[in-house]
Design a protein around this ligand. Structure first.
Ligand code: MG
Length: 295
Protein backbone atom coordinates (compact mmCIF):
# COMPACT_ATOMS: atom_id res chain seq x y z
CA UNK A 1 0.00 0.00 0.00
CA UNK A 2 2.91 2.35 0.83
CA UNK A 3 4.52 1.67 -2.55
CA UNK A 4 1.21 2.26 -4.30
CA UNK A 5 0.74 5.47 -2.38
CA UNK A 6 4.28 6.59 -3.30
CA UNK A 7 3.73 5.85 -6.96
CA UNK A 8 0.45 7.72 -6.90
CA UNK A 9 2.19 10.74 -5.42
CA UNK A 10 5.02 10.57 -7.97
CA UNK A 11 2.39 10.44 -10.67
CA UNK A 12 0.70 13.44 -9.15
CA UNK A 13 4.03 15.37 -9.21
CA UNK A 14 4.51 14.53 -12.87
CA UNK A 15 1.01 15.72 -13.50
CA UNK A 16 1.76 19.00 -11.74
CA UNK A 17 4.94 19.54 -13.82
CA UNK A 18 3.08 18.68 -16.99
CA UNK A 19 0.33 21.10 -16.12
CA UNK A 20 2.71 24.01 -15.49
CA UNK A 21 3.86 23.60 -19.11
CA UNK A 22 0.39 23.05 -20.42
CA UNK A 23 -0.99 26.16 -18.71
CA UNK A 24 0.97 28.53 -21.02
CA UNK A 25 -0.48 26.90 -24.07
CA UNK A 26 -3.93 26.49 -22.65
CA UNK A 27 -4.58 30.10 -21.71
CA UNK A 28 -6.30 30.83 -24.98
CA UNK A 29 -7.99 27.45 -25.12
CA UNK A 30 -10.96 27.24 -22.79
CA UNK A 31 -11.42 23.51 -23.36
CA UNK A 32 -7.84 22.75 -22.33
CA UNK A 33 -8.21 25.06 -19.35
CA UNK A 34 -11.19 23.10 -18.15
CA UNK A 35 -9.26 19.85 -18.33
CA UNK A 36 -6.40 21.51 -16.53
CA UNK A 37 -8.60 22.69 -13.70
CA UNK A 38 -10.08 19.29 -13.17
CA UNK A 39 -6.65 17.69 -13.28
CA UNK A 40 -5.23 20.24 -10.85
CA UNK A 41 -7.95 19.37 -8.47
CA UNK A 42 -6.87 15.78 -8.67
CA UNK A 43 -3.31 16.64 -7.71
CA UNK A 44 -4.40 18.58 -4.67
CA UNK A 45 -6.63 15.85 -3.42
CA UNK A 46 -5.82 12.28 -4.42
CA UNK A 47 -8.95 10.43 -5.32
CA UNK A 48 -8.41 7.85 -2.57
CA UNK A 49 -8.57 10.50 0.13
CA UNK A 50 -11.77 11.99 -1.15
CA UNK A 51 -15.06 10.83 0.20
CA UNK A 52 -16.71 8.82 -2.56
CA UNK A 53 -19.82 10.92 -2.42
CA UNK A 54 -18.14 14.34 -2.39
CA UNK A 55 -18.65 16.27 -5.62
CA UNK A 56 -15.87 18.50 -7.05
CA UNK A 57 -16.10 22.08 -5.85
CA UNK A 58 -18.06 23.74 -8.64
CA UNK A 59 -16.60 27.15 -7.78
CA UNK A 60 -13.00 26.16 -8.33
CA UNK A 61 -12.98 26.11 -12.15
CA UNK A 62 -14.52 29.63 -12.19
CA UNK A 63 -11.96 30.84 -9.68
CA UNK A 64 -9.12 29.43 -11.77
CA UNK A 65 -10.59 30.98 -14.87
CA UNK A 66 -10.92 34.40 -13.24
CA UNK A 67 -7.33 34.19 -12.07
CA UNK A 68 -6.16 33.39 -15.59
CA UNK A 69 -8.30 36.21 -16.99
CA UNK A 70 -6.59 38.69 -14.67
CA UNK A 71 -3.17 37.58 -15.75
CA UNK A 72 -3.84 37.95 -19.45
CA UNK A 73 -6.70 39.69 -21.24
CA UNK A 74 -8.76 37.44 -23.43
CA UNK A 75 -7.38 37.35 -26.96
CA UNK A 76 -9.50 39.42 -29.33
CA UNK A 77 -10.78 37.50 -32.27
CA UNK A 78 -10.82 39.72 -35.39
CA UNK A 79 -12.54 38.72 -38.53
CA UNK A 80 -11.47 40.07 -41.91
CA UNK A 81 -14.04 42.30 -43.62
CA UNK A 82 -14.70 41.43 -47.24
CA UNK A 83 -16.88 43.84 -49.23
CA UNK A 84 -18.14 41.21 -51.66
CA UNK A 85 -17.85 43.67 -54.56
CA UNK A 86 -16.37 42.32 -57.73
CA UNK A 87 -13.48 44.41 -59.07
CA UNK A 88 -11.49 44.14 -62.24
CA UNK A 89 -7.79 43.85 -61.60
CA UNK A 90 -6.11 47.26 -62.07
CA UNK A 91 -3.95 47.18 -65.17
CA UNK A 92 -0.24 47.67 -64.77
CA UNK A 93 1.19 51.08 -65.68
CA UNK A 94 4.88 51.85 -65.54
CA UNK A 95 5.38 55.28 -63.94
CA UNK A 96 7.42 57.92 -65.74
CA UNK A 97 10.77 59.15 -64.51
CA UNK A 98 11.04 62.73 -63.26
CA UNK A 99 7.68 63.86 -64.59
CA UNK A 100 8.03 61.84 -67.76
CA UNK A 101 5.03 60.09 -69.26
CA UNK A 102 3.78 56.86 -67.70
CA UNK A 103 3.44 53.91 -70.03
CA UNK A 104 -0.25 54.50 -70.81
CA UNK A 105 0.04 58.25 -71.54
CA UNK A 106 -0.37 59.91 -74.91
CA UNK A 107 2.73 62.02 -75.45
CA UNK A 108 1.73 65.26 -77.13
CA UNK A 109 5.04 67.08 -77.07
CA UNK A 110 8.43 65.64 -76.18
CA UNK A 111 10.41 68.72 -77.11
CA UNK A 112 10.90 67.80 -80.77
CA UNK A 113 7.91 68.25 -83.03
CA UNK A 114 5.08 70.53 -81.91
CA UNK A 115 3.14 70.17 -85.17
CA UNK A 116 2.74 66.42 -84.75
CA UNK A 117 0.01 66.74 -82.13
CA UNK A 118 -0.92 70.45 -82.29
CA UNK A 119 -2.38 72.71 -84.91
CA UNK A 120 -1.77 76.43 -85.11
CA UNK A 121 1.43 77.72 -83.65
CA UNK A 122 2.55 79.88 -86.56
CA UNK A 123 5.34 81.95 -85.14
CA UNK A 124 6.02 79.52 -82.30
CA UNK A 125 9.56 78.18 -82.24
CA UNK A 126 10.92 74.84 -81.09
CA UNK A 127 14.49 74.71 -79.82
CA UNK A 128 16.45 73.06 -77.02
CA UNK A 129 13.61 70.69 -76.23
CA UNK A 130 11.01 73.40 -75.70
CA UNK A 131 8.36 75.28 -77.67
CA UNK A 132 8.17 79.04 -77.23
CA UNK A 133 5.07 81.10 -77.77
CA UNK A 134 5.40 83.47 -80.71
CA UNK A 135 3.42 84.96 -83.58
CA UNK A 136 -0.20 85.67 -82.87
CA UNK A 137 -2.20 82.52 -82.23
CA UNK A 138 -2.12 79.72 -79.69
CA UNK A 139 -1.86 76.01 -80.37
CA UNK A 140 -4.67 73.48 -80.18
CA UNK A 141 -4.36 69.74 -79.69
CA UNK A 142 -5.32 67.69 -82.73
CA UNK A 143 -6.94 65.12 -80.49
CA UNK A 144 -10.07 65.75 -78.48
CA UNK A 145 -10.27 64.93 -74.80
CA UNK A 146 -12.95 64.73 -72.14
CA UNK A 147 -12.04 63.87 -68.57
CA UNK A 148 -8.29 63.51 -68.40
CA UNK A 149 -5.04 63.85 -66.51
CA UNK A 150 -2.81 66.41 -68.17
CA UNK A 151 0.85 67.09 -67.42
CA UNK A 152 2.45 70.26 -68.75
CA UNK A 153 5.75 71.92 -68.00
CA UNK A 154 6.11 75.63 -68.62
CA UNK A 155 8.43 78.54 -67.92
CA UNK A 156 7.76 82.25 -68.04
CA UNK A 157 10.45 84.45 -69.64
CA UNK A 158 13.66 84.79 -67.69
CA UNK A 159 13.84 88.41 -68.68
CA UNK A 160 11.08 90.06 -66.71
CA UNK A 161 8.99 92.47 -68.72
CA UNK A 162 5.64 94.00 -67.90
CA UNK A 163 3.60 93.49 -64.79
CA UNK A 164 0.32 92.01 -63.60
CA UNK A 165 -1.41 90.13 -66.40
CA UNK A 166 1.26 91.26 -68.83
CA UNK A 167 4.06 89.16 -67.34
CA UNK A 168 4.49 85.63 -68.68
CA UNK A 169 0.80 85.23 -69.42
CA UNK A 170 -0.43 82.08 -71.16
CA UNK A 171 -2.91 79.44 -70.13
CA UNK A 172 -4.17 75.91 -70.50
CA UNK A 173 -7.68 75.98 -71.95
CA UNK A 174 -9.23 72.64 -71.10
CA UNK A 175 -11.67 71.70 -73.86
CA UNK A 176 -10.74 75.10 -75.28
CA UNK A 177 -13.15 76.68 -72.76
CA UNK A 178 -11.92 76.36 -69.18
CA UNK A 179 -8.63 78.12 -68.41
CA UNK A 180 -6.04 77.18 -65.84
CA UNK A 181 -4.03 80.40 -65.82
CA UNK A 182 -0.33 80.52 -66.58
CA UNK A 183 1.40 83.67 -65.35
CA UNK A 184 4.62 84.83 -63.77
CA UNK A 185 3.25 85.10 -60.24
CA UNK A 186 6.63 85.24 -58.56
CA UNK A 187 6.59 88.64 -56.89
CA UNK A 188 4.04 89.87 -59.40
CA UNK A 189 0.72 91.09 -58.02
CA UNK A 190 -2.48 90.83 -59.93
CA UNK A 191 -6.08 89.97 -59.08
CA UNK A 192 -6.04 86.70 -57.15
CA UNK A 193 -8.42 84.83 -59.41
CA UNK A 194 -6.15 85.72 -62.29
CA UNK A 195 -2.75 84.69 -60.92
CA UNK A 196 -0.89 81.51 -61.83
CA UNK A 197 -2.86 78.31 -61.17
CA UNK A 198 -6.14 80.18 -60.76
CA UNK A 199 -9.23 79.05 -62.59
CA UNK A 200 -9.47 82.28 -64.45
CA UNK A 201 -11.91 84.69 -62.77
CA UNK A 202 -13.49 81.89 -60.77
CA UNK A 203 -11.10 80.66 -58.11
CA UNK A 204 -7.63 81.72 -56.91
CA UNK A 205 -5.12 78.95 -56.19
CA UNK A 206 -5.11 77.65 -52.62
CA UNK A 207 -1.49 78.81 -52.35
CA UNK A 208 1.03 80.50 -54.58
CA UNK A 209 3.54 77.75 -55.44
CA UNK A 210 5.25 79.69 -58.23
CA UNK A 211 8.89 79.39 -59.13
CA UNK A 212 10.86 82.32 -60.45
CA UNK A 213 11.03 83.71 -63.99
CA UNK A 214 12.72 81.35 -66.45
CA UNK A 215 12.43 78.34 -64.14
CA UNK A 216 10.58 75.25 -65.30
CA UNK A 217 7.30 74.65 -63.52
CA UNK A 218 4.79 71.82 -63.67
CA UNK A 219 1.05 71.54 -63.83
CA UNK A 220 -0.58 68.21 -63.14
CA UNK A 221 -4.23 68.72 -63.92
CA UNK A 222 -7.03 66.23 -63.23
CA UNK A 223 -10.05 67.37 -65.16
CA UNK A 224 -13.60 66.07 -65.12
CA UNK A 225 -15.52 67.13 -68.18
CA UNK A 226 -19.01 68.56 -67.61
CA UNK A 227 -22.13 66.62 -68.58
CA UNK A 228 -25.25 68.08 -70.11
CA UNK A 229 -28.80 66.80 -70.54
CA UNK A 230 -30.68 66.83 -73.83
CA UNK A 231 -32.01 70.31 -73.10
CA UNK A 232 -28.47 71.63 -72.67
CA UNK A 233 -28.62 71.99 -68.88
CA UNK A 234 -25.59 71.02 -66.85
CA UNK A 235 -26.23 67.81 -64.93
CA UNK A 236 -22.63 67.51 -63.72
CA UNK A 237 -20.34 70.55 -63.74
CA UNK A 238 -16.74 70.43 -64.83
CA UNK A 239 -14.32 69.91 -61.97
CA UNK A 240 -10.60 70.43 -61.79
CA UNK A 241 -7.77 69.52 -59.47
CA UNK A 242 -4.38 71.10 -60.06
CA UNK A 243 -0.96 70.40 -58.62
CA UNK A 244 1.47 73.27 -59.26
CA UNK A 245 5.06 72.15 -58.84
CA UNK A 246 3.68 69.22 -56.85
CA UNK A 247 1.60 71.44 -54.55
CA UNK A 248 -2.18 71.14 -54.45
CA UNK A 249 -3.60 74.45 -55.62
CA UNK A 250 -7.06 73.49 -56.89
CA UNK A 251 -8.90 70.75 -55.03
CA UNK A 252 -11.69 69.36 -57.17
CA UNK A 253 -13.07 72.82 -57.86
CA UNK A 254 -16.41 72.68 -59.64
CA UNK A 255 -16.44 75.28 -62.37
CA UNK A 256 -19.31 77.71 -62.79
CA UNK A 257 -18.88 77.57 -66.55
CA UNK A 258 -16.47 78.77 -69.18
CA UNK A 259 -13.77 81.23 -68.10
CA UNK A 260 -14.10 84.58 -69.84
CA UNK A 261 -12.35 87.91 -69.63
CA UNK A 262 -15.36 90.08 -70.33
CA UNK A 263 -18.37 88.23 -68.96
CA UNK A 264 -19.39 86.01 -66.07
CA UNK A 265 -18.82 82.28 -66.24
CA UNK A 266 -21.53 80.33 -67.99
CA UNK A 267 -22.04 76.91 -69.48
CA UNK A 268 -22.99 76.24 -73.04
CA UNK A 269 -23.59 72.67 -74.10
CA UNK A 270 -20.71 71.15 -76.00
CA UNK A 271 -19.46 67.71 -77.10
CA UNK A 272 -18.16 65.23 -74.55
CA UNK A 273 -14.66 65.58 -75.98
CA UNK A 274 -12.91 68.66 -77.33
CA UNK A 275 -9.30 69.68 -78.03
CA UNK A 276 -7.44 71.75 -75.47
CA UNK A 277 -5.35 74.77 -76.29
CA UNK A 278 -2.38 76.73 -75.02
CA UNK A 279 -2.85 80.48 -75.02
CA UNK A 280 -0.79 83.04 -76.84
CA UNK A 281 -1.05 86.18 -74.74
CA UNK A 282 1.89 87.88 -76.37
CA UNK A 283 4.53 86.72 -73.89
CA UNK A 284 7.25 84.22 -74.92
CA UNK A 285 6.33 81.52 -72.42
CA UNK A 286 7.93 78.13 -73.06
CA UNK A 287 6.46 74.61 -72.93
CA UNK A 288 7.86 71.11 -72.80
CA UNK A 289 6.96 67.56 -71.72
CA UNK A 290 3.24 67.53 -72.41
CA UNK A 291 1.36 64.28 -71.94
CA UNK A 292 -2.17 63.23 -71.21
CA UNK A 293 -4.03 60.20 -69.88
CA UNK A 294 -7.69 59.85 -70.71
CA UNK A 295 -9.91 59.07 -67.73
MG1 MG B 1 -3.96 83.39 -69.55
Amino acid sequence: MLALDFLRRIGACSLVVGLSTAAVYAEDKPAAKKEQSVAAEKTEKPAAEKPATKKPDAKKPDAAKKSADKKKPAAKVSREYVSGKKWDEPKIVTPGENGGPPSDAIVLFDGQDLAKEFSGGEGWTVADGAATVGGKGGVTSKRAFGSCQLHIEWATPQEVKGEGQGRGNSGVYLMGIYEVQILDSYGNKTYFDGQAASIYKQRPPLVNASRGPGEWQTYDIIFRAPEFDAAGQVVKPAAVTVLHNGVLVQNHFELEGGTFYDRPPAYSKHPAKLPFSLQNHGNPTRFRNIWVREL
